[in-house]
Ligand binder design. Structure first.
Ligand code: GLC
Length: 451
C-alpha cells in the first residue's frame, strides 16, 4: 500500500479481509504464502479473532480445523502440516508418527504453542446469541479441557503451577533474547561447532525456507537455526515422549509469555464451563489457582519486572523482552504491579517508541531494529498488551498501541512486523494475524466498545 495515497480506514479493513481470503486453504488460513504453508496453532487463534468480526462460520471452522491435529493425550501441536509431495520434507523432519498419541491421518509437529484457543473460542462466542454460544462452547469444550489437562500433566512435573517449554518455538516468540541467552549456555553439538569454525554456515542458507522469502538480516542466525534444528532432532529421537525428554536434563524453560496466556485462558475456561453448566475437575481448578500464585514468583523486586525462569537451575533469566509486559494480559497481577509495567511501557529507554511496542526494550544490547523478535513491533503482542491494559483501566495507553498499529498497517499493509521506531515494514508480506487483528482493532474502534 506504500507509495500510493493513504487508504481510508474502511479500505484498510477491506484490504485486510482480502489478505485473509488470499491465504485461505480449504478449512484453515495459512500465516503467509510461501514462507508459512501449514496451519499454526496460535496464528489460527488470532486469525479466528479477526474472522469473528465478519464471518462467524469461517471463524469457527478455523478453530475446528485445529482440532484435527490434536493428539490423543490432549496436546495441540504447534503446526499441522499441509498434505502433498512438496511438503514431505517438513513432515519427515518431525515424524510425529513416532509418538503413539499422534493422529494417524495427518502429520503434525511434536510440541505446542501458546494456549490462545480459549480466548479465540470466547471471542467467537461473544458474537452469538446465548443458545448458539452454548452449543459452540459444548462443541469445543472437550478438546479444550483435554488440552489444559495435558499442559498440567505433562508440562508441570514438579507441580509448580508453571508450564515448562522444551523448544523456543513453543513460546511463539522464537528467538527472543531470554531464549537465545539460555540456548547459548548449552554445549553445542560437535557438528554445529564444526560448521561455526569452518565458516560454512552460508551453506545452511540453501536449506532455509525463511531466507528465501525474507532478507537474512531479518531472521534468526544460521548457527541458532542449526541449534533449533538440533533440539528437534533430540526430541524426535525420544519419540516426543516427555518423560524420556526430561530424564536427560533437557533444555527447558518456564516461559513468561506462555504462562501469562495460560492464566487468561484458564479464566476463560472457567467462564466457558459455567456457561454450559459443567463443573471443572477439582485438581484442574487447583492448578489454575497455583498458576496465578506462581506467576508472582517470577517477579524481580530489583528490576521491577517479571521474567521467565530456567526450569533446571530455577533462576530467573533477566533479559529484557516484551514478555515482561505480558502479565498485563494475564490480568491476575495487582494494580500496583500493573502500574510498574505501564511505566516501563511508556519509558523512552524501554518500550516507549513511536510505533510501540518493540519486542525488546530499545536500551537492550540485543535490540536490532529489524531483528526477528529482537526489536520490531508485532501486531499480535500489541493486541495482547492492549487487551490487558483495557482491563486494568489504562485506556489511553491501550488506544495509543492500537492506533499506532493501525497507522503502520495503513501505511504499508499487514506485514509480519514493523520497525518500532519508524513503522517501516519487514518480514513476510500479507501476514494473516496482522490482517486479522487489525480487523478486530478497527471493528472495536468503530463500535467504541473496547473489551
Ligand atoms: C514464526 C513466529 C511464530 C508463528 C509462525 C507462523 O515462527 O515466530 O510465532 O506462529 O512464524 O506465523
Amino acid at each position: 500500500m506504500s507509495g500510493m495515497p493513504e487508504p481510508s480506514i474502511d479500505e484498510v479493513f477491506e484490504g485486510c479481509k482480502q489478505v485473509l481470503e488470499k491465504n485461505k486453504k480449504d478449512s484453515f488460513t495459512i500465516p503467509a504464502e510461501g514462507l508459512y504453508p501449514h496451519q499454526w496453532l496460535w496464528d489460527s487463534c488470532f486469525i479466528a479473532i479477526g474472522l469473528a468480526e465478519y464471518d462467524l462460520p469461517r471463524a469457527k471452522k478455523e478453530l475446528q480445523s485445529l482440532l484435527r491435529g490434536q493428539w490423543s493425550n490432549g496436546m495441540l501441536p504447534h503446526m499441522i502440516f499441509a498434505k502433498g509431495d512438496s511438503h514431505k520434507r517438513d513432515r519427515d523432519i518431525w515424524q510425529s508418527w513416532r509418538s503413539p498419541y499422534a493422529p494417524d491421518k495427518l502429520s503434525t509437529s511434536g510440541f505446542t504453542q501458546p494456549p490462545m484457543l480459549a480466548e479465540a473460542i470466547v471471542r467467537i462466542g461473544e458474537k452469538m446469541k446465548i443458545r448458539d454460544r452454548r452449543s459452540w462452547y459444548q462443541d469445543m469444550y472437550p478438546a479444550l479441557l483435554a488440552y489444559h489437562q495435558w499442559l498440567y500433566s505433562e508440562r508441570d512435573p514438579h507441580k509448580e503451577g508453571l508450564i515448562l517449554l522444551i523448544h523456543p518455538w513453543e513460546s511463539g516468540l522464537d528467538n527472543s533474547p531470554p531464549w537465545i541467552d539460555q540456548l547459548h549456555l548449552q554445549e553445542k553439538p560437535w557438528w554445529v561447532k564444526l560448521v561455526e569454525k569452518t565458516n560454512i554456515d552460508k551453506v545452511v542458507m540453501f536449506f532455509r525456507r525463511d531466507t528465501l522469502h525474507v532478507p537474512p538480516g531479518q531472521r534468526i542466525s544460521n548457527i541458532d537455526a542449526l541449534l533449533y534444528f538440533h533440539i528437534i532432532q533430540r526430541l524426535k529421537r525420544k519419540n516426543w515422549d516427555i518423560d524420556k525428554i526430561l530424564s536427560r536434563s533437557h533444555f527447558s524453560f518456564q516461559d513468561l509469555t506462555f504462562n501469562c496466556i495460560l492464566v487468561r485462558a484458564n479464566q476463560h475456561m472457567i467462564d466457558i464451563a459455567k456457561t454450559i453448566g459443567h463443573e471443572l475437575p477439582e485438581d484442574l481448578k487447583e492448578n489454575f489457582k497455583k498458576t496465578e500464585d506462581s506467576l508472582e514468583t517470577l517477579w524481580d523486586g530489583f528490576y521491577k519486572q517479571y521474567y521467565s525462569r530456567a526450569f533446571i537451575t530455577h533462576k530467573l533469566v533477566k533479559e529484557g523482552s516484551i514478555a515482561s509486559l505480558m502479565p498485563l494480559y494475564a490480568g491476575s497481577i495487582s494494580k500496583e504491579r500493573a502500574l510498574e509495567l505501564v511505566k516501563t511501557l511508556k519509558s523512552s529507554k524501554q518500550f516507549g517508541t513511536e510505533y510501540p511496542v518493540p519486542s525488546v526494550p530499545v536500551s537492550s544490547s540485543w535490540y536490532k531494529e529489524f531483528g526477528y523478535w529482537q526489536g520490531p513491533t508485532w501486531i499480535n503482542t500489541n493486541w495482547l498488551i492492549a487487551d490487558g491494559l483495557d482491563r486494568y483501566g489504562f485506556k489511553e495507553e491501550a488506544d495509543n498501541i492500537r492506533s499506532k498499529s493501525i497507522k503502520a498497517v495503513t501505511k504499508h499493509g499487514p506485514y509480519e512486523y514493523f520497525s518500532a521506531k519508524s513503522g517501516e515494514p519487514a518480514g513476510a508480506k500479507n501476514f494473516s494475524w496482522s490482517a486479522a487483528l487489525i480487523i478486530n482493532m478497527i471493528a472495536n474502534q468503530k463500535s467504541g466498545s473496547k473489551k
